[in-house]
Design a protein around this ligand. Structure first.
Ligand code: NAD
Length: 438
């Protein structure tokens, strides 16, 4: 491979001297990039495989997971993938016997003390912020899964960390994969070039006929315990952000992107509820549906809908209507994204893509690291996450509020103070009209 520019981490290199425990991420263009994975579940191992697919000149150095039983499974899963897809390079990419494996609450500190250049962080949402704080301190590049955070307190911290990473010359790319899909990119460019005219309305959807977490079954654990809530994280507001934040952030993010990532709601009013079919507390305290009316100013409304209920119709996508035309977008190939005139005549549509957006997002990150570019997409993810958080806050309380209030005044902090596995963390399902806005 052609030797490319040495990655200058700028001020970071000087700062590295004050971090004796950590080896600061420094990659020369053609070097084998050393990777660590935090969170060895479905998406973490998936993201690691996507990264390997993007660039086989990587070495998996270390794996970390709160629950040690995940570690061997993850190592073998990724190894099996490499043997099947890249048999000649499999030994260079990952050797399950030599890859370092760390479990327990200090697994992240241990992983960061290893010689890794880039870290994939794919734990449940409440841990992203404290982990990213450690990752930045250790001077590592990062791929962060979405959402950025669970509440306003964490969002503020993540905005600070985005600036700190930039100052240190650390790349950070986030798991909003639509941003790396070539036809999403083309659609957004066409919108921003004015093909729809002035945008008058946006609708976005993550409605699915199943309840993530409906398989949850830990009969030996108390649903009020921290261990249960982390293992069944999709079901709990603090552990997931609820599905408006955890999943629907993808669609809100597309709407924000189409508007140039610099236009925010003026006012927020949401409503929603929870199916009576979900026994509490086994299935947590979360809602099953949200509908939010975001007043985006100048007459534009963004309507956001998300639902998870067994048996309901699925729809995941975005729709926008402008003065000259309209568009629809959903992840997929030919015809999944399109633009039409206001009478419905198709003017443009997507084609099949040869490489998945889940691979392209890692290619973007690794190419930037090799080329010494300082890419940093964290603020856009924090902003989209915060818009989803505001929708959730309005839904739970039934209150309409100015969006500016969220960062200026809200004290929302959902993280339990005691994370001992056996600690009790009683939850309740919010009742709109009674729940307080904080
Ligand atoms: N971009 C996407 O399309 C996409 C798809 C799925 C999931 N995700 C996101 O990825 C993240 C993980 O989701 P998943 O489906 O892989 O969940 P998962 O439960 O399968 O995996 C999470 C892993 O993190 C571990 N973990 C939990 N707390 C930890 C801690 N404090 N420290 C270290 N490890 C910890 C768990 O043991 C588990 O192995 C979530 O934020 C989710 O929203 C993104």
């Amino acid at each position: 491979m052609k030797r490319r520019q040495f990655v200058k981490a700028g001020a970071a290199l000087a700062a590295a001297a004050s971090l004796p425990r950590f080896s600061f991420a420094q990659v020369k263009g053609g070097d084998r990039i050393k990777v660590g994975l935090i969170g060895c579940g479905g998406r973490g191992t998936g993201a690691l495989k996507n990264m390997i697919e993007a660039d086989q000149n990587v070495q998996v150095v270390a794996l970390a997971d709160l629950f040690p039983e995940k570690l061997d499974w993850a190592a073998n899963d990724v190894r099996g993938f490499c043997q099947e897809r890249y048999s000649a390079q499999a030994d260079d990419i990952i050797k399950p016997d030599t890859v370092k494996k760390f479990g327990g609450w200090d697994c992240v500190d241990q992983l960061l003390a290893e010689d890794v250049d880039v870290v994939i962080e794919a734990t449940p949402p409440p841990f992203r912020t404290p982990h990213y704080e450690k990752i930045v301190k250790a001077g590592k590049h990062a791929f962060l899964e979405k959402p950025a955070c669970i509440d306003v307190t964490q969002a503020k911290k993540m905005l600070e960390l985005a600036d700190e990473a930039k100052k240190k010359g650390l790349c950070v790319v986030c798991g909003t994969q639509r941003r790396y899909h070539p036809y999403y990119q083309e659609l957004i460019k066409r919108i921003q070039d004015g093909e729809l005219g002035e945008i008058l309305s946006q609708q976005c959807y993550w409605n699915m006929g199943g309840y993530i977490g409906q398989w949850v079954n830990f009969p030996d654990l108390d649903p009020e315990s921290i261990e249960y809530q982390i293992r069944a994280w999709w079901c709990f507001i603090w552990a997931s952000g609820d599905h408006i934040v955890e999943q629907h952030v993808h669609n809100i993010d597309v709407c924000m992107w189409a508007l140039g990532d610099n236009r925010f709601p003026v006012e927020v009013r949401g409503m929603g509820g929870r199916s009576t079919d979900l026994p509490w507390p086994r299935f947590g305290d979360r809602f099953s549906h949200f509908a939010i009316d975001y007043d985006m100013g100048n007459g534009l409304r963004m309507s956001s809908y998300c639902q998870q209920d067994p048996g309901v119709n699925d729809e995941v996508g975005e729709r926008m209507v402008g003065t000259k035309g309209m568009c629809y977008s959903t992840l997929g190939g030919k015809g999944a994204l399109w633009i039409s005139d206001l009478k419905g005549k198709r003017l443009w549509e997507s084609q099949d893509i040869p490489v998945s957006e889940l691979v392209l997002e890692h290619k973007y990150l690794l190419d930037a690291i090799r080329n010494g570019e300082n890419v940093n997409t964290l603020k856009t993810l924090v902003n989209s996450t915060l818009v989803a958080i505001a929708g959730r806050m309005s839904t739970f309380t039934g209150k309409k509020f100015k969006y500016d209030w969220v960062l200026a005044r809200s004290k929302e902090d959902l993280m339990p103070k005691n994370l001992d596995f056996a600690a009790k963390n009683p939850t309740h399902v919010p009742v709109p009209g009674k729940e307080q806005l904080v």
